[in-house]
Each structure stands twice: as structure tokens, then as C-alpha cells.
Ligand binder design. Structure first.
Ligand code: OAD
Length: 279
């Protein structure tokens, strides 16, 4: 790929033209997104510098058993983790990358498959979104994952305020659990938790089955802002390749695909979608 000094893909780059042509020749587009699409909405990715898992090791924080242990033994650390994960999502708004994906629906049949739990694709206007790692905006029963209630960004903001308020008080496991009770804890129907997929959990259904079907049915798969290191989610890319479906990667660091557009999603996606305006 020809690149300019800054290494960012540009519209007169051959790879860029190839990506535009692939989209022009397609009818059904699947867009597979990871944390990078939400970076410009202020939500940290997991594995980049300053990434979430570097601050909160997944052995402790990416599984329910580890989380329960931290909550009981180190409530202040648990509160720090909760604020770190909830606050950016509670405050986030879609960025031009999310909006461009929604805008793509004006030109093509689009299915979004996301590993993100932040609901930003829906807020941007995408109508068909499969959240394969679940969502922070639904509370389910602990084991059976039965729907308990939906939560809003303002509910999440309230929880963050309560946790922040605790900073000035004495940390106890009980106080932290009380603050997060709307999304995690005990209620009338037993234990409830956010509908998230942590390590070792089964994928969210029916999202995962629908995502696999969407890849099967698409003409082009665009992956945006994912390191592609987490399985089974990353199998979707393998599935597309095995079927001979054209793949476009949009990411500043992670290459791959038939075409790699190097750069930030919020910069590149609006320009790419704009190209479909012209015949
Ligand atoms: P990662 O943190 O592994 O990867 C983020 C990707 O986004 C990298 O390829 C970055 O280069 C890219 N990136 C960073 N800034 C970007 C920007 N502005 N525009 C576009 N791309 C950008 O995050 P994921 O691949 O999403 O799962 O991680 C996958 C899963 O790992 C998550 O869903 C989560 C995590 O563990 C679970 O917890 C089950």
C-alpha cells in the first residue's frame, strides 16, 4: 500500500480506491467493530497503550469469580474499576465513525456486529446491531441471563456519582455493592448482573448466531478498530475469508484484510462513506 509521510491512508491511495470499488460493487455490508471505533468517544481500548486490561488485569477483572473476589477483598480497587468502566460509557456520545456507519445504510444493506458494550452504534442510528459481547444497558439474572431490566446512560451516571461520593467516605464492600445494586447484586428475583460476556462466558445470543449469519450473507466485511485477538469473536473474520468474502480493515495499527485503510475510524469512515455519494 502506498502511504504518505504520516502513514495514514488517503483517498488517492490505490488501497483506498480498491475499498471504494468493493463497496460500490456490494449490496450487503457487514461491519465488525471493536473498541477502536469508540476511542474517539472517550472510551479506552483494551490493549493499546493505557488500555483497560493494562490497568486492570483480566485475570482479576474479566471474569465473574475474580470480580467477586476483588469486590469482597479490595472494595476501593473494585470501585476504581467500576468508575473506570462505567464513567466513559455513561458520558459517551457517538463519534463521526459511528455516524458514518449509520449513514452507510443510505446506500447499502448494513449489519453491524460489535464487540462493544457501549450502545453507541444504536445511538448513532444504526438499525441492525448485534452485540456479541452483550451490553451494559441490560440487566439479566446471574446464571440464566433472563431479562431483568434495561438501564439508561443516566442510570449509569447515577451509579458513577454514588461511587465517586464514596471516595470521600470509608470504603466497604457493602457500600460499593449498594452503589452498583441497580446493575449488579441481589433483588426480588435473586441475583442480577449486566448482560456482559466476560472471559469464559458463552457468547450473547441470539446476537452471535445472527452475526455469523450476517457474515455468511454479506458481500463485504469491514472490520473497524479491533485487534482480532479475542475468540470466538475473531472467528467472524476467518469465516469471511474462508467464504471468499472481501475484507476491508480500518485501524491505525492492526493490519490485515484484502485492503487495509490505516488510520482512525472517526477520520476515515466519513470520507469512505462520502465516496458512495458519487456514482
Ligand atoms: P483491543 O484493545 O484489543 O484493540 C483495539 C484496536 O483498536 C487496535 O487494533 C487499535 O489499533 C485500534 N484503534 C485504536 N484507536 C483507534 C481509532 N481511533 N480508530 C480505529 N481503530 C483504533 O480491543 P478489541 O479488539 O475490541 O472482550 O478487544 C476485543 C475484546 O477484548 C473486547 O470486546 C473485550 C476484550 O477483552 C471481552 O471482555 C470478552
Amino acid at each position: 500500500m502506498s502511504q504518505w509521510d504520516d502513514g495514514i491512508s488517503k483517498p488517492d491511495d490505490p488501497q483506498w480506491k480498491q475499498a471504494v470499488q468493493l463497496l460500490k460493487d456490494s449490496q450487503r455490508v457487514a461491519v465488525f467493530t471493536g473498541a477502536g471505533i469508540s476511542a474517539e468517544s472517550g472510551i479506552a481500548t483494551f490493549r493499546d497503550e493505557g488500555g483497560f486490561w493494562l490497568r486492570f488485569p483480566p485475570d482479576e477483572f474479566a471474569n465473574w469469580k475474580g470480580l467477586m473476589q476483588v469486590a469482597l477483598l479490595h472494595p476501593a480497587r473494585m470501585a476504581e474499576f467500576l468508575v473506570a468502566i462505567l464513567e466513559p460509557v455513561a458520558q459517551a456520545e457517538p463519534n463521526p465513525g459511528h455516524r458514518a456507519i449509520a449513514e452507510l445504510e443510505r446506500f447499502r444493506q448494513v449489519t453491524v456486529i460489535t464487540q462493544n458494550i457501549d450502545r453507541l452504534h444504536q445511538d448513532a442510528g444504526s438499525r441492525m446491531v448485534h452485540e456479541i459481547h452483550g451490553t451494559l444497558f441490560e440487566v439479566v439474572s446471574l446464571v440464566a441471563r433472563r431479562h431483568v431490566r434495561s438501564v439508561s446512560r443516566s442510570d449509569l451516571r447515577e451509579i458513577v456519582e454514588k461511587l465517586r461520593h464514596l471516595e470521600s467516605a470509608k470504603w466497604t464492600s457493602l457500600a460499593v455493592m449498594e452503589a452498583v445494586q441497580p446493575i449488579f447484586g441481589a433483588g426480588q428475583d435473586g441475583f442480577h448482573r449486566p448482560n456482559l460476556v466476560l472471559f469464559g462466558d458463552a457468547m450473547a445470543e441470539p446476537a452471535w448466531s445472527l452475526a455469523q449469519q450476517a457474515v455468511k450473507d454479506c458481500d463485504v466485511l469491514i472490520t473497524v478498530g479491533t485487534s482480532g485477538t479475542v475468540y470466538p469473536a475473531a472467528l467472524l473474520v476467518d469465516q469471511a475469508r474462508a467464504q471468499g468474502i472481501a475484507t476491508i480493515v480500518i485501524d491505525p495499527e492492526t493490519s490485515g484484510g484484502d485492503v487495509w485503510l490505516r488510520g482512525n475510524a472517526a477520520d476515515l469512515l466519513p470520507k469512505l462513506v462520502q465516496e458512495l455519494e458519487s456514482p
